[in-house]
Design a protein around this ligand. Structure first.
Ligand code: 4AD
Ligand code: MG
Length: 438
C-alpha cells in the first residue's frame, strides 16, 4: 500500500523539476488537477502545494488493476503515483512522469467548477475554488509579504505586540463600527489597534502588530473588506517625516523580497513587474493642497476640504509610476488623534501612501496629538465622549512624548503587488456586507 509509506519517501513536484533525473523513480502525492484520456493513455496532471506535473499512464505497460484505477479516478481526487521521471519536450516544464502504480486516496465527486463561472458562483463555492492556481499564487505572495514585514521590523529592533480585538471605544469613527454584546455591555470589534499601540510606546518605544481590523463598510467596492489584515506600527520620538520614511522603506523591502522569491507566481498571475522593479525610495510627496490643484487641472472638480474618494485617488495615481504620499490634510476629514500642523491649525500632520496604477490608498498614518488640551478639544469637537477616552488622554498627562504611527492594509498591498482587480482574492474568505460565507 503506497499510502502507508512514510512522509519522507515522497517527492514534491518542485523537487522533480529542480533535481529530477531522467529514469529516476519517484513517489508523488496530490490531487488530480486535470485529466485527459487519449486511446491507450490517461494523462493525469498532479497538483501539490509546490506545482503541477503531468503523469502518463500507458495501458500496455501497467497491470490491469492500475489501468482501471487510472480510468476511474476523477478530477480533484487525491491520489498517489509511483513512476519514473521522463524528459518530454511537449510536457509543461519539459518533464513528465511515466506511471507504474496508482493509489486513489479520496475519490472526488464531479467537481462543480469547470471554468468561466460567475464571480458570485465562485464565492458560493469559495471552499473549493480556493484550490485554484490563481488563489494559491496570491496566497503565496501574501505569505512572502507578511514574512518580509516581520523581517523588516525584527531587523530594525521594533517589538511585536498583541493588542485586543474587543474594544470599548471607536478609533476611526462610529459609522463603520461592528457592535457586540459584551456580557450585557456594548463593545466593538476593533477598527484599528492604534490607540493600544500608543499605550505601549511608553515602555517599548517602537511597536508593531498584525491584527484583523473590522469595518462595517456600507458599500461593496473593489477595495473594501469588512474584515481585513491590518499591519500597524507606532513609535515614540518619531515625527511624521520619520514615520513616512519607515513606510517607504517597508514597502520597498517587501516588494524586493516578493520579486526575489515569488516571480513565478507573479508571472502566473500575469503581473507586469517593471514598475515593481524600478521602485526606489524616497517616494514622491505632495500635499493635500497640491492634490486638489492637480485634480482640478485634470478636470475633476473638487472643493478644498472634501475627502479624496476612490475616483480622485485613481486620477492622482495617473501622475506617478511609484507609490507616493499625500500629506497635510484638512483636519475635518481626518481622525481626532492627528496632530495639528503648527504652521496652519486647519491642517493635520497626516499622510496617506497611495499605490500607483489606479490602486490608491494602501497606508494611512500621522503624527499624533501629544498635547492634553488640544487632544481633549479634538475629542469634544469630534462629538466623542471624553469619559470613554480617559485612558487615552492619560497618556498625554503622564510623560507625553511626540510620536507617530501608521496602518497598512495588507490585502490592499497584496492586491497591488499581484495586480488583482478586486480585493476579495487577496484573502481566503472575504467578508463583505451581505456576504460572509463560508
Ligand atoms: O486609513 P485607516 O482607516 O487608518 C487607521 O485605521 C489608523 N488608525 C491606522 C494607524 O495609524 N495605526 O486604515 C489604515 C489602512 C488603509 O490605508 C487601508 O490600506 C486599510 O487600512 N483599510 C482597509 N483595507 C481593506 N478594507 C477596508 N475596509 C479598509 N479600511 C482601511
Ligand atoms: Mg485612511
Amino acid at each position: 500500500m503506497l499510502i502507508l509509506m512514510t512522509n519522507n519517501t515522497f517527492t514534491k513536484v518542485r523537487e522533480v523539476f529542480k533535481n529530477g533525473a531522467p529514469g529516476e523513480k519517484v513517489l508523488l502525492r496530490g490531487w488530480v488537477h486535470r485529466k485527459m484520456e487519449v486511446k491507450n493513455r490517461v494523462f493525469l496532471v498532479l497538483r501539490d502545494s509546490t506545482g503541477t506535473i503531468q503523469c502518463v499512464v500507458h495501458k500496455d505497460s501497467v497491470p490491469e488493476s492500475v489501468w482501471s484505477k487510472a480510468k476511474a479516478i476523477t478530477r480533484e481526487s487525491s491520489f498517489i503515483v509511483e513512476g519514473v521521471v521522463k524528459p518530454d519536450k511537449r510536457a509543461p516544464g519539459g518533464l513528465e512522469i511515466t506511471v507504474s502504480n496508482i493509489e486513489i486516496v479520496g475519490i472526488s465527486s464531479i467537481f462543480p467548477i469547470f471554468g468561466r463561472e460567475s464571480v458570485e458562483y465562485l464565492l458560493d463555492n469559495r471552499h473549493l475554488w480556493i484550490r485554484s492556481r490563481k488563489l494559491t499564487a496570491v496566497f503565496k505572495v501574501k505569505h512572502t509579504v507578511l514574512d518580509a514585514c516581520r523581517e523588516f521590523f525584527l531587523k530594525r529592533g521594533w517589538w511585536e505586540v498583541t493588542p485586543p480585538i474587543i474594544t470599548m471605544s471607536a478609533c476611526e469613527g462610529g459609522a463603520t463600527l461592528f457592535e457586540l454584546n459584551y456580557f450585557g455591555e456594548k463593545a466593538y470589534l476593533s477598527q484599528s489597534a492604534q490607540l493600544y499601540l500608543e499605550v505601549l510606546i511608553y515602555s517599548l518605544e517602537k511597536v508593531w502588530a498584525i491584527t484583523p481590523s473590522f469595518r462595517a463598510e456600507k458599500s461593496r467596492t473593489r477595495r473594501h473588506l469588512s474584515e481585513y489584515t491590518h499591519l500597524e506600527a507606532e513609535a515614540s520620538w518619531y515625527n511624521m517625516e520619520d514615520m513616512m520614511r519607515v513606510t517607504e522603506d517597508l514597502i520597498h523591502h517587501v516588494v524586493k523580497r516578493v520579486l526575489e522569491e515569488r516571480l513565478e507566481e507573479l508571472e502566473f498571475l500575469g503581473r507586469k513587474t517593471e514598475l515593481l522593479e524600478d521602485l526606489k525610495p524616497p517616494f514622491p510627496r505632495i500635499t493635500y493642497d497640491e492634490a486638489i490643484d492637480v485634480l482640478r487641472r485634470q478636470g475633476l472638480p473638487i472643493d478644498w476640504g472634501e475627502d479624496l474618494g476612490a475616483d480622485e485617488e485613481r486620477k492622482l495615481t495617473e501622475n506617478f509610476d511609484t507609490p507616493f504620499f499625500i500629506t497635510l490634510f484638512p483636519k475635518k476629514i481626518k481622525a481626532f488623534y492627528m496632530k495639528l500642523c503648527p504652521s496652519n491649525p486647519e491642517l493635520v500632520l497626516g499622510f496617506d501612501m497611495l499605490a500607483p496604477e489606479g490602486y490608491g490608498e494602501i497606508i494611512g498614518g500621522s503624527q499624533r496629538e501629544d498635547d492634553y488640551d488640544n487632544l481633549l478639544a479634538r475629542i469634544i469637537e469630534a462629538g466623542l465622549n471624553p469619559e470613554e477616552y480617559k485612558w487615552y488622554l492619560d497618556l498625554r498627562k503622564y510623560g507625553s512624548v511626540p510620536h507617530s504611527g501608521f496602518g497598512l492594509g495588507v490585502e490592499r498591498l497584496v492586491m497591488w503587488i499581484t495586480g488583482l482587480d478586486h480585493i476579495r482574492d487577496a484573502t481566503p474568505f472575504p467578508r463583505f456586507r451581505e456576504r460572509a460565507y463560508p
